[in-house]
Design a binder for this molecule. Sequence first.
Ligand code: GAL
Length: 417
Amino acid sequence: MKKSKLTLLAAALPLLLNSAYAENKEVEVLHWWTSGGEAKALNVLKEDLESQGISWKDMPVAGGGGSDAMTVLRSRVQAGNPATAVQMLGFDIQDWAAEGALANLNDLAKAENWDAVIPAALQSFSKYEGNWVAAPVNVHSTNWVWASKKVMDEVGITEVPKNWDEFVTALDKVKAAGKTALAHGGQPWQDATIFDGVVLTTGGPEFYQKAMIDLDKEALTSDTMKTAFDRMRQLRGYVDDNFSGRDWNLASAMVIKEEAAFQIMGDWAKGEFIAAEKVPGEDFLCFRVPGTEGMVTFNSDQFAMFKVGEDSAAAQAAMAKSVESPVFQSAFNVVKGSAPARTDVPNDAFDDCGKKAMADLAAASEAGTLLGSMAHGHAAPAGIKNALYDVVTNHFNSDMSSDDAVKQLAEAIQGAM
Ligand code: GAL
């Protein structure tokens, strides 16, 4: 017996409908988490999503600080093919939102009560015109020093340096003993990361606010800023001969392997120590850039969610939901070296450096000493940040005077505004 056309159509309809709305259970994630510690942390998220039946398409773009990732992102978007989620910092999120490229996460944010649990300092980057466009993963901060306990003991540094002079005395001791005092990678974003801490210790939080966030010309050309450049010059005297171009995680490895005493770096460095099975307090110490105790220059990695087809929206929302879950927030940030992006995550699972990061963050937020990191996109938009990178790096790698440096800095920033 022949089936009527109608019967055939009826049989095919569910299939047709299914394919029209077939759910895409994959998220493509663009990120720059390629070091050992970073990759371990990212695995926590991959595994979480895989356990929910969501597969992970990895789009890694190596290069700390993410400038290269942002270049790749631009060409992907221009080709009409953005990733589902993109690791992003501060002002970049606002820029992409202003271009209309980001999805609206309000329904999820409301259902999950994000407004109440995510700190205001992060919300100001995760929301654009009142709408949630990104899911914050963590809070890092840049004004940290990572130190080899063994090297400190060897050269007779018995106390953690508490101010700039003590820090210089400690650096001198290491240098005199023939070891590398400061492990550093000469890349613009790393030079700028050091600069965050140097400006903060030199001028204090109000000065940092005026110079790096308000971009006040007087502050930028002040004697205080000149002193900050003098101190950058001082630090240049403590790096090894091969510092140029070195990746940040290789600089961390120098401290881990007890070849160098100190690294000034954000707390993603801790991820490398932990991945190498080093124990805080025993093998390594974490302390604030001397003179910046009680102050925090922060950055927050967020997943900016791009506008994707209807078929991918569910997987995208599932990813955003997982990222904000308190269990994930603890599991991920313990490995990553960061503090959670929500205020209600218990600190039990965190080591001493992690506990300090969380406590410092809460205290700085309370005291008004929580400031956006210039080096990591939370003080000013990319154009200004990159202008600062150029001057700081040129100064670090030449014999430019501090007088010239502040002049160039003010001009470069002015030109980028
Ligand atoms: C920062 C980012 C960190 C870490 C670091 C080095 O910008 O916030 O999560 O990845 O770069 O890659």
